[in-house]
Design a protein around this ligand. Sequence first.
Ligand code: HEM
Length: 250
Amino acid sequence: GQGASEASPHPRSAGESHLNTYTWQEIQRHNQQADQWLVINRKVYDVTGWADRHPGGRRVLTHYAGEDATDVFRAVHLELDVVQLYLKPLLIGELAPGEPSQERHKNSQLVKDFQELRKTVEAMNMFDANLGFFFLHLAQILILEVLAWLTLYQFGSSWHVTIFIAFLLTISQAQSGFLQHDAGHLSIFKKSKWNHLLHKFLMCHLKGLSGTWWNYGHFQHHVKTNIYPKDPDSKLGPYFLVGDLQPKCS
Ligand code: HEM
């Protein structure tokens, strides 16, 4: 691909793999939308041509262009075995043997701590959702919505009734806000599709918002939390600024 001419390939001595090897210095040069590489488990992928077809959107990939994306890749894809099938055609090489697994300015101890935390949380089964809890949560929301409609149907739209209904709907809308968040994070069901179905029902049908819009923004928030300007939730400049320094777009 386009990288081959720029990279300095050091073919491995013998055996299984004949991948080109790259240093971080080389990889970090490919950090633009028009030329983006990223690293997952020490393997280097050129995602330039594929970014527009990425189901999670182009932007999250560009946020990681020229960087190690191992942990974030693991975190955002629910059905890893399926997602991994798409990796093979994008593979262009691997990190040179002497290179650290993350960019040099990253705190490798912090990365190691995070990976250990993930393992502990997995071992504690904390990623296995209790479906009974989520069913009751959904039931509570639907009961309040139906109750509001029935009240309107039965007692008309006087001020008293309207205020009572507003009370019911405020609770149900706040609760569906929490539940849509869990579904949007794909954390209820093991299948990505079921999470998306529930998410669409809650967002599009109950709340009148776009689930895709929310996911697109919220995944950016989680893959680059509080990193200005990549995290859209950190762009509060038009409303207010906190701290002593004016944020700058570079
Ligand atoms: C080259 C590496 C990557 C490949 C081959 C890949 C592939 C895929 C595939 C096949 C899906 C659809 C999964 C599904 O519907 O269950 C997906 C979704 C997604 N990917 Fe990636 N991805 C890559 C890298 C990344 C990176 C680095 C990020 C974040 C920084 C990311 C963020 C997402 C997000 C947010 C979704 C949407 C999840 C959803 O709403 O279901 N991906 N990706």
